[in-house]
Design a protein. Structure first.
Length: 692
């Protein structure tokens, strides 16, 4: 048969709110171009730099093309090729005795290497549930913010992406959309052309912040204090919508009492900004109609991250911003899409479900879970680890501890990957997975309101297989006879969405397959008349659900665990706060090995304020050692006032093996968790810096 030539509609699979529709041009069976689909309204024909070069990643010289088993020591990355039959047999031989003895000794580890519902957790979740393996609490990115929205709005819901261009004021809070949400940034620029003001709230003068009309450089982890200071001023100066509050919110009097102590002067001291900045920001927000807020997940990666999101999420309801389609807030819109998670993951396959379930391990504490075999806090020793859609040796906090866990000779590790990553070097069995161009999937987005289909564009490179096929193969080799493990990808896709849900009344599975996307039916101003998906149907300033759990029902400011305010002794030894947001051309650890994307960055760098550099006799371009009690990493100093004084910024996340010292910023980060959502606290991290 002649190789395919034509154009295929697909979807970007990466952990980004934009979830772009792709047009993949194929000639004689080879993808030669990936571009944004011009007919998909959120994408509008535009892609970020990373994904526009997706063919470089798909056909990269280092793509894993066949199954391999380890022949060297763990971490050396030495393997020999084997057949798929041998790979499945080896997996079954090692996993079956563990599953028979204690299936909770088997742990899956995955996150958003693909956001696809099928290749993400499709057959994988069913496989682990059937075994009775340990459950993984997936917390490494967004769970604190998700919890903040859940206890305020009821779900991950917000305003439409498209309406930001009609806002008159946009607060870009804890977000660098030039790097992380280019399609929002396009609309923010259009709003500015129409007269809107853009204000960035970020400890770092990011690429986005320097292009905004104003940058408020608060200390890391102090966002809740700033939001409550705004509440204080809005109420004191009568800049609130009493009618909206009375009709569509719950707990205003309690919130008012809480905010009373957050005077502008106190907030200024907490945040390291001026009282005038607090007052002016609140007044501008309270008097500009319509005003919108674009949050991202950077602000929730500190101890009080969940409360911070709650505090900011209260603001639109206080001023009635939800009345206008161009007013409100967007952190995530994923809660609008009626995904049928139970049909996909099949938790009913768990032994003893629903009265009994296996132990749960938090992915942000993987280092401790692997290094404390049999510890009471974690339960039985983890004997087998299956990693897919993630690179934990590079991305998980407290990286030295994670690597020590992976180095255990008594730990059997399977890794499904596109490349030989830092994690893959520790695999006992390394299995080549397909990229998005080589398999079928369906998606929801968290930055817009479309569900989408991604069709396979090309045949798999080498012997690569989709995740679903790999898990089916392991299940078959283990003799598992559960029919749900062998359903096709199309059958999974048909089950992925609740097509009888009112939100999908304008679509069907057939329409999704034919058109490539279906718009979720969400009102243009979704909460103009309340209707929040909370128990009360209102925006809940005061959460009875949190109260029932013995937690604070109101948002509050919780200082970073690692701060002068909370731990003066630690701060005296490590006086600099470090944050590690993604570099422009990377997405977590994806794309780091693509030469054309890594070359402009050159090497891992640390932005440090001139005053902090001078105090340590550090000059621009010198190699420096960044360190704390958890570890050390060597970076090249960039002396710049982009970092506020007292804060250093290590743009991340590098593969360790591609850094000169074989380390990255996560040598320094902590396994401590956030207040809500049990999330990672990557930006709650004190360090010091010295010449290397």
């Amino acid at each position: 048969m002649k190789p395919f030539t034509g154009v295929v509609t697909a979807v970007c699979p990466h952990d980004c709110p934009d979830t772009c529709a792709l047009r993949v041009t194929v000639e004689d069976g080879k993808a030669i171009k990936v571009s944004g689909h011009p007919d998909h309204p959120p994408t509008a024909g535009v892609l970020c730099t990373k994904v526009s070069r997706y063919t470089e990643r798909t056909y990269h010289r280092d793509r894993l093309a066949q199954p391999m088993r380890r022949i060297g020591r763990k971490g050396e990355g030495r393997f020999e090729p084997i057949s798929w039959e041998q790979a499945f047999r080896l997996a079954a031989q090692r996993l079956a005795p563990i599953a028979a003895r204690n299936p909770e000794a088997i742990l899956p580890y995955s996150y958003a290497g693909t956001m696809g519902l099928i290749q993400g957790e499709g057959i994988a979740a069913r496989f682990f549930h059937k075994l009775g393996a340990s459950l993984l609490e997936r917390t490494i990115c967004s769970s604190a913010g998700a919890a903040g929205l859940k206890y305020t709005y009821g779900a991950g819901v917000g305003m439409h992406l498209e309406h930001f261009e009609n806002s008159k004021l946009i607060l870009i809070w804890g977000s660098n959309p030039i790097v992380s949400s280019v399609h929002f940034w396009t609309r923010a620029q259009e709003a500015r052309r129409r007269g809107a003001r853009l204000i960035a709230i970020d400890p770092y003068r990011s690429l986005t912040a320097e292009k905004c009309d104003q940058h408020i450089a608060l200390k890391p982890g102090t966002d809740a204090a700033l939001a409550l200071g705004m509440v204080n001023v809005l109420i004191a100066e009568g800049l609130i919508d009493i009618d909206y509050i009375e009709r569509y919110t719950e707990g205003f009097d309690e919130l008012k009492a809480r905010a009373a102590s957050y005077t502008p002067d106190r907030v200024a001291e907490i945040c390291g900004i001026s009282a005038d900045e607090v007052i002016t920001l609140a007044r501008e927000y309270g008097t500009t109609k319509p005003a919108s807020i674009r949050l991202n997940y950077g602000m929730q990666r500190a101890h009080g991250g969940g409360n911070a999101v709650r505090a900011v999420a209260c603001l639109p309801s206080l001023v009635g911003a939800w009345r206008d389609p161009a007013g409100g807030l967007l952190l995530s819109a994923s809660g609008f899409a009626p995904v049928d998670g139970a049909a996909l993951a099949r938790p009913d396959l768990l032994p003893g479900w629903p009265s009994k379930s296996p132990r749960t391990i938090n992915m942000s504490q993987l280092g401790d879970a692997l290094c404390h075999p049999g510890d009471e806090a974690f339960g039985p020793k983890i004997e087998a680890l299956i990693v897919y859609n993630s690179n934990p040796v590079a991305v998980a906090p407290d990286s030295d501890r994670v690597a020590r866990g992976f180095a255990r000779e008594d730990l059997f590790t399977i890794v499904l990957e596109h490349f030989q990553t830092d994690t893959a070097d520790y695999a006992d069995l390394l299995l080549p997975a397909t990229t998005q161009l080589e398999h079928f999937d369906v998606h929801r987005a968290y930055g817009h309101t479309y569900v989408m289909a991604s069709h396979r564009s090309i045949e798999p490179v080498g012997e690569a297989r989709p995740n679903t096929d790999i898990f089916r193969g392991i299940a078959r080799a283990m003799g598992l006879d559960e029919p749900a493990l062998y359903e096709t990808d199309e059958q999974l896709a048909r089950q992925a969405f609740k097509w009888d849900h009112p939100a999908l009344r304008e679509g069907s599975f057939e329409k999704l397959m034919n058109d490539g996307w279906v718009k979720v039916a969400v009102p243009e101003a979704p909460f103009a008349q309340g209707g929040f998906p909370t128990p009360s149907g209102k925006c809940e300033f005061f959460s009875k659900r949190l109260q029932a759990q013995g937690l604070d029902p109101l948002p509050d400011y919780l200082p970073p665990r690692e701060s002068l305010e909370n731990d003066p002794a630690l701060a005296s030894r490590y006086p600099l706060a470090m944050i590690s947001p993604p570099a422009r051309n990377f997405l977590n650890s994806s794309f780091v090995n693509v030469d054309s994307l890594r070359a402009p960055i050159g090497e891992p760098q640390l932005d440090i304020h001139p005053a902090d550099a001078a105090a340590r006799r550090i000059a621009d371009g010198q190699r420096v050692r960044v360190f704390n009690d958890r570890g050390t990493v060597e970076l090249t100093a960039r002396v710049t006032d982009r970092a506020r004084e007292g804060v250093v910024v290590g743009l991340s996340i590098w593969w360790k093996k591609l850094a000169a010292d074989g380390r990255n910023a996560n040598q320094l980060t902590s396994q401590a968790l956030t207040d809500l959502g049990h999330a990672a606290t990557f930006y709650d991290c004190l360090v010091d810096v010295a010449l290397a």
